[in-house]
Design a binder for this molecule. Structure first.
Ligand code: SF4
Length: 370
């Protein structure tokens, strides 16, 4: 049987190799995996960490994902929607603080009013953020759920920045039964195949395409996670954002529990590091949910091969109402506090925060030649 040292040196991995890496619990083996993933990231995507300033502009959602704290059936959460001026000001704050990109996220809505509002916001952000430092304006990542191809095109055009345009749409798990379990709701509003189709549509519409999964879902196996990595490959993704499954008070899966925190952290880091080894040239975000499990969780993500961080720059007054899972961190910090803290902690990982750059995925650059 191959040793972990032999496995991590490979460039091609069998399913058996992947499951072996995901299963690591021994600290020495874990360090071998971590170092290999960190070095593979340095070698393929470089030493930089890129910021995506996260603006959670509305927690109004028309869907009912069972694991989610802001699903529509959770009537305990006060709903909010930031106005255009507040969103644009947050984007300007990001640009002034040398972030190359922002991420606009909200609950999922497909009504014409919402679509027009996002279009208008995108146009204004672009107009106001073109500068000598950012000649194409801020890079934009949208995380606004499944929409039609026409809507993706409309938003792409409004962003005005075709080389800094991204969309994050997680499929959460490639196991269809588990997917159904997570999203079970009258009328089965989400289907896995439709989600894959949406990812294909996004690619056709010109986006850098990101997706991801939750790690440690009740009932999920290591083989499922291996299959998730194979699906990342099949979908030819440019970016991955994945994090630990953490129960939410507002969800309706509390009764199923969650993994013990230490084991969940280990599995999450194994998944990040293994993904970096299998698909070396993609961007991988260090999820904020890692930090909910352990102090400096995101920094651990960087040490295991992540190269993107999404500092939350949503105005503090509404941030507490965007809790997808329990104990979400950085609810009380001002963006400026988070900024300073992050810069210092990223430096400790040996990486450099890249300022005023789009930080696009190398995988996307190679596949498009842009
Ligand atoms: S996960 Fe997203 S789409 Fe699902 S209920 Fe939560 S906010 Fe809505």
């Amino acid at each position: 049987m191959k040793s972990i040292t032999e496995i991590v040196k490979q460039t091609e991995f069998s399913d058996e190799d992947i499951v072996r890496l995901l299963a690591i619990t021994d600290p020495t083996e874990a360090e071998i995996l971590r170092q290999a993933a960190y070095d593979r990231a340095t070698h393929t995507v470089g030493n930089n960490v890129y910021y995506r300033g996260l603006i959670e502009f509305s927690n109004i959602c028309t869907l009912d994902c069972r694991y989610c704290g802001i699903r529509k059936s959770n009537h305990a959460v006060p709903r909010y929607e930031l106005d255009k001026e507040t969103i644009v000001n947050a984007a300007l704050w990001a640009a002034t603080n040398h972030y190359g990109s922002i991420c606009l996220q909200s609950g999922e809505r497909r009504d014409p009013k919402f679509i027009a509002f996002v279009t208008d916001v995108l146009k204004t952000i672009h107009e106001k953020t073109v500068s000598p430092e950012l000649p194409n304006g801020l890079g934009i990542t949208l995380s606004l759920g499944e929409q039609s191809f026409e809507v993706y095109k409309q938003w792409a055009q409004a962003s005005g920045n075709p080389i800094g345009l991204r969309y994050l749409l997680r499929f959460e798990t490639s196991n269809p039964k588990l997917f159904d379990h997570l999203h079970h709701a009258p009328g089965r509003e989400k289907a896995l195949q439709r989600r894959y189709q949406a990812l294909a549509d996004l690619r056709r519409a010109g986006y850098q395409v990101g997706s991801g999964v939750m790690i440690g879902i009740p009932g999920q196996t290591l083989q499922d996670l291996c299959q998730d990595i194979r699906t990342f490959q099949k979908l030819d993704l440019d970016m991955i954002g994945m994090g630990p499954y953490i129960t939410s008070e507002g969800g309706d899966m509390l009764g199923e529990g969650m993994m013990e925190e230490k084991a969940l952290m280990r599995l999450s880091l194994n998944m990040i590091a293994t993904t970096r080894l299998v698909i070396p040239d993609i961007n991988i975000a260090a999820a904020t949910a890692l930090h909910a499990l352990e102090e400096n969780g995101r920094e651990k993500g960087i040490l295991h091969g992540c190269n993107v961080i999404m500092p939350n720059i949503t105005p503090r007054i509404v941030r507490k109402n965007y809790q997808l899972y329990a104990n979400k961190p950085f609810i009380e910090q001002e963006p400026s506090d988070t900024n300073l803290y992050l810069q210092q902690s990223i430096q400790k990982t040996g990486r450099t925060v890249a300022l005023n750059v789009l930080g696009s995925s190398k995988h996307w650059k190679l596949r498009t030649g842009l």
